[in-house]
Design a protein around this ligand. Structure first.
Ligand code: TTP
Ligand code: MG
Length: 355
């Protein structure tokens, strides 16, 4: 049976801010847009979450919920630095590491003592990076991720088969991987709200109603997920976007921002030894309509100049004559991650008994 660890940092950006500025500790901290700006919340400390503040909430709403919160600008360099440190720690325990974002990753530690490795990783992150992580351990990716979320913050949760059987039916369908707002609505429409409802429907009906996707959901509902770590995985992408203080029509300004984003996103790709093929820009017009424009390159790349040039060309397909832009974003998808061959495994620290 597979042994998968999922690690996810707690209130990541906010925790880094509190670590680096002791005056912020114990206080409601909101990282992201300033209180009276049109920006959004990137994340909030757990103290701020008590007021109902959440990621992606408009900053004005966060301010209304908690005027005494301390709003800080994101400092990506510090987050990237912490991310690099945790990834280096992960690399000491498995060659099969699949980072999902700056603050989370799956590790495949099959055949070894996952609980001991999970505890060591958590302890090293606390000691060496001075941040808390939540660790989930199970026999596949879906359940490991569910586990890491279970006792956040500072959690450590193991989901074995018995626990999975008890837990799964109680979950809302939204908790299944790949079920977003739209799929949730479709499932609700046929009376499926929880995983228990889905189990009752059975695989045949699910297949009839939703095709292949329905079959996959029926498997997940039973706690079956055979997606490998580090190879393809979930459809992965990275993105960055910004909301302007005042709407923009100047092409030069959009180009500058997209070029900037191409630089920082490509740096992230290079760090993870990843490449992408599909470049998408997203614009929100002043009337709040969203447009996305994509181009798929002939080859995988992590070259910032190539990505920037592609993104800037896509601006042609945005109607700047008729519209001003209040938000611009860059999205890179279609990942290629060179998988580590299994036979390349070497012993890891604390794992000598395997040699
Ligand atoms: P998450 O892991 O989703 O959130 P978190 O680490 O802040 O909190 P927790 O895991 O304890 O629930 O995201 C990691 C970081 O990514 C987060 O600190 C900030 C950033 N982020 C955004 O900028 N915008 C978003 O909408 C989300 C969800 C995250
Ligand atoms: Mg997190």
């Amino acid at each position: 049976m597979l042994r998968i660890i999922h690690v996810d940092m707690d209130a990541f950006f906010a925790a880094v801010e509190q670590r680096d500025n002791p005056a912020l500790r114990g206080l409601p901290v909101v990282v992201g847009g300033q209180p009276h700006s049109r920006g959004v919340v990137s994340t909030a400390s757990y103290e701020a979450r008590r007021f109902g503040i959440r990621s992606a909430m408009p900053s004005t709403e966060a301010y209304a919920r908690c005027p005494q919160a301390i709003f800080v600008h994101p400092n990506f360099r510090a987050y990237e630095q912490a991310s690099k440190q945790i990834r280096a720690i992960f690399g000491d325990y498995s060659h099969l590491v699949e980072p999902l974002s700056l603050d989370e990753a799956y590790l495949d530690v099959t055949g070894r003592d996952a609980v001991a490795i999970g505890r060591t990783i958590k302890e090293r992150i606390s000691r060496e990076v001075r941040l808390t992580a939540s660790v989930g351990i199970s026999y596949n990716k879906f359940l490991a991720k569910l586990a890491s979320d279970f006792e956040k913050p500072d959690g450590f949760t193991v989901i074995d088969e018995e626990r999975a059987a008890a837990l799964l039916p109680t979950l809302p369908v939204r908790r299944l991987p790949g079920v977003g707002a739209k799929s949730e609505e479709e499932l609700n429409r046929v009376g499926i709200y929880t995983v228990a409802d889905l189990l009752r429907s059975g695989p045949e009906l699910m297949a009839r109603l939703f095709g292949r996707r329905g079959q996959e959901l029926a498997m997940l509902a039973q706690g079956i997920d055979d997606r490998p770590v580090g190879v393809e995985g979930e459809s992965r992408s990275i993105s960055a976007e910004t909301t302007f203080e005042t709407d923009v029509r100047d092409r030069g300004e959009l180009e500058r921002i997209l070029t900037d984003y191409a630089g920082s996103l490509c740096r992230q790709l290079v760090r993870g030894a990843n490449k992408i093929r599909t470049v998408t820009i997203k614009a929100r017009y002043e009337d709040f309509t969203n447009v996305t424009r994509s181009f798929t390159l002939p080859d995988y790349t992590c070259d910032p100049d190539k990505v920037a040039a592609t993104a800037c060309q896509l601006i042609d397909k945005i109607d700047l004559q008729r519209h001003k832009v209040r938000l611009i974003g860059l999205h890179l998808a279609n990942y290629l991650q060179p998988g580590e061959p299994y036979q390349m495994r070497f012993p890891f620290p604390g794992d000598e008994q395997r040699v």
